[in-house]
Design a protein. Sequence first.
Length: 339
Amino acid sequence: MSRRTVLALGAGDWARCRFVRSVLFETNQAVRALMLPRRQQHQRTWLNTIDRAGARARLPVLGALSPPHGWIPDFLAPPPGSSDRSVDDELSGVAACPPELVAAELRLSMDSWPAPGRKAVLEPLIADPGLALATVVAELRWAWKVLVAPYWAPVSELMTADVAYRSREITRAGLGRALSDLHASVSWDDGAITVDPAADDRTLDLAGRGLALMPSAFAWPDVILVLDSQWPPTLVYPARGIGGLWSAPAPAPAALAGVLGPTRALLLADLAQAATTTSLAARHRLSPATVSAQLGRLRASGLVTGRRIGKEVHYRRTPLAEALIRANSAPFTGSGPVT
């Protein structure tokens, strides 16, 4: 019989359920995907862009703290917030961790899976938590810069789109429906969330602390429960649409390209899911100014709508555009000037 964790929500928890994000949590999950590539079928395209052997050599401590089994220290990322903080802000939070907490969490992690290779890396750091903290911060900074920062625009957009979708579902059908759709291992029944299988077999009353929901681009295929005192109760789940994160943009229908021009047709074909000017520019190797101009024309024509989320506008094609796409399914493969 598998272990399962049940989270009981009381009346005070409903108003404190919220979506959160953390750039360093994503960075740690990217390191884990790097160290365990066989589990990460949705990340293969991303992994193929990285010097994997070189990256593993640069991250001996984070590698040791990303085991296939066992407990991963919470201090590797500060408690998440409701919006993006800069990586420097989050790294400062890690650097401020008390040495005694660092040593205790390193030991707990090592003891949870005491493989000889892990012990060789972690035992000296447990004896010198100051060195451990400095090393972790340096490796996190390097991992962010090399593994995550170059890809952050589409990753961030995927998580933003997930939050927008689930927020609409909560408004439309209630929190229970939105939670039941998170992952196959997560279910909702009579005011309680069950994660099965889970690392621990227990029932936890959230007792007014609420629940933080964190979509992740790199956590797949796992759901991760963070229930320790340093973080709010947090449920991390694979963001909706993860299977298409690294896929090539959809081709533009040939007939539509003939009417709209190749650039506007390509952008319209790529807007089945909401996207920002920045991410569209990166995906199609266009300047942000060019994309912005073309989106403006599409919007004026009633083919694209925009919704501001935070500091960015997320564009998506309208029902009229959907009808045009369906009616013109043959792909356009030629090239031409921006029109």
